[in-house]
Design a protein around this ligand. Structure first.
Ligand code: NAD
Length: 443
């Protein structure tokens, strides 16, 4: 296929997923138009600024803009006229006051695009949605589009990880194509040609399976994390050490060590809301029992946050009120500035609410944290927030924190007490520098 024969792509919704997808596709040689309703975001992207932290993406955005193959807009009409394949990448957050997925952005974007589709086109959902959504949207698109039956809908779930998003997009471990016709399948394949040419495995399937793959994968990962954290709870009352336990389990390659790290648990814009929405959807369609364990997975995960605060309270002799607490980390995981459902900020805010003087530092997420939680206090480095602290709490496992010299930090704190919420530090090293060291699930 000549480059001139490649389909022209639009990416609707240019957040963490969409901006990365748009930039990477342009870097692979496609003509791409990114669309967002957030005019400020569109402006920033068009001027070469990535509005969030993602290693490697700013450099790739600059190259893509220079090549002339990547542009941004807020106009659905322009997108509809430009594109042959339209990727829907808008957010699907949790509904306020419910576990259900909020589909309003998906519905709005698909409808606003469809009314302008006057020729044959493929609309491809990438957002994570409850099973059954794609079939409903396929009908909606046909009904609203002036081109009617000429417009088809496919589902292509996305598995990228923030922090590794560029690599995951350019070299995914698999692609899932949920389609309903041979034409749609071929069109989708033409939109991923350079990636398929690398030999990337493809699972060709129907719409419902494609939707389910994503939530099934996230449910499995969440379950694995909560499993080892449940073992940490057992360790805590038996005097066993969950780190050694996890290490011993990991040698069994049927179990494997990835996602088996005990600690403060998962958060972010995906796992928590995806498992809740999955359990909710399963109940709606009468198979709630099949995934009722996900409620327990969620509960175990939430308990890690209160248990971490218990460790801090323990070090303070039972009272948080008036204590000075240094929080290392705000992002939901390292190498990201994403603070959606971040365990770190949840812990920091709860301790603040209990009367502690909390100061937070994060290498990338400070701006987002300041904006979302102006009631907390922030500092410019780990040593800065640790000054005069009664307890230091490591909440996000940035490598910068792993490298802290316990002797240097000892110089600035009031008391040498540390809670390692992520099992990121060398307990022996910290203890030998005179610190009281605590971690979940360890003696
Ligand atoms: P995000 O909030 O960063 O981005 C969503 C974007 O959609 C925002 O820029 C918003 O302005 C835009 N938007 C909202 N309504 C719109 C509309 N009607 N038209 C055009 N744009 C609109 O969210 P995200 O993290 O990029 O996630 C997007 C989807 O991808 C979600 O379903 C998420 O579950 C899924 N996903 C995310 C990741 C990840 O790592 N972030 C990974 C895999 C899948």
């Amino acid at each position: 296929m000549e480059v001139s024969e490649l389909p022209r792509l639009t990416v609707i919704g240019t957040g963490y997923l969409g901006a990365t997808h748009a930039v990477c596709m342009a870097s692979l040689g496609y003509e791409v138009l990114g669309l967002d309703v957030d005019a400020r975001k569109v402006e920033r992207l068009a001027s070469g600024e990535v509005p969030f932290f993602e290693p490697g993406l700013p450099e790739l955005l600059a190259k893509a803009l220079d090549s002339g193959r990547l542009r941004f807009t807020t106009s659905y009409q322009e997108a509809a006229e430009f594109g042959d394949v339209h990727f829907i990448c808008v957010g699907t957050p949790q509904q306020p006051g419910s576990d259900a997925c909020d589909l309003r952005y998906v519905d709005a974007s698909v409808s606003d695009l469809a009314v302008h589709l006057t020729r044959k086109a493929l609309v491809v959902g990438k957002s994570t949605v409850p099973v059954g959504t794609a079939a409903r949207l396929a009908d909606l698109v046909r009904e609203l589009a002036p081109a009617g039956e000429e417009v088809e809908l496919a589902w292509n779930p996305e598995f990228l990880r923030e922090g590794f998003a560029v690599d995951d997009t350019l070299r995914p471990d698999r692609l899932v194509f949920g389609t309903t016709s041979e034409w749609a399948r071929e069109r989708l394949a033409s939109a991923f040609k350079p990636i398929l040419d690398h030999g990337t495995p493809v699972v060709d399937t129907d719409l419902a399976t494609a939707e389910l793959v994503k939530v099934a994968a996230n449910s499995f990962l969440a379950t694995k994390i909560s499993y080892i954290n449940a073992m940490a709870e057992i360790c805590e009352v038996t005097g066993a050490d969950v780190r050694d336990l996890a290490q011993a389990l990991a040698y069994d390659d049927r179990i494997g060590g990835r996602f088996l790290q005990p600690g403060l648990g998962f958060g972010g814009g995906c796992l928590p809301k995806d498992i809740r929405a999955f359990a909710h959807r399963a109940e709606e369609i009468g198979v709630g029992q099949a995934v009722s364990f996900l409620r327990e997975v969620d509960a175990i995960n939430r308990r890690r946050r209160s248990r971490t605060i218990d460790l801090v309270r323990g070090l303070l002799g039972g009272r948080l009120d008036g204590a000075r607490i240094a929080c290392l980390g705000a992002a939901f995981k390292p190498n990201s500035d994403d603070i959606r459902d971040a365990p770190a900020l949840d812990v920091a805010r709860t301790m603040h609410g209990l009367g502690a003087h909390v100061r937070v530092y994060d290498p990338a997420a400070l701006d987002n944290a300041r904006l979302a939680y102006p009631e907390l206090r922030y500092g410019e480095s780990a040593l800065d927030v640790a000054r005069d602290a009664d307890v230091v709490v490591l909440l996000t496992e940035w490598s910068e924190f792993r490298e802290i010299d316990p002797a240097a930090m000892a110089e600035v704190v009031r008391h040498r007490r540390i809670v390692d919420g992520r099992h990121a530090l060398d307990a022996v090293l910290w203890r030998s520098a005179g610190w009281e060291y605590r971690a979940l699930g360890r003696p």
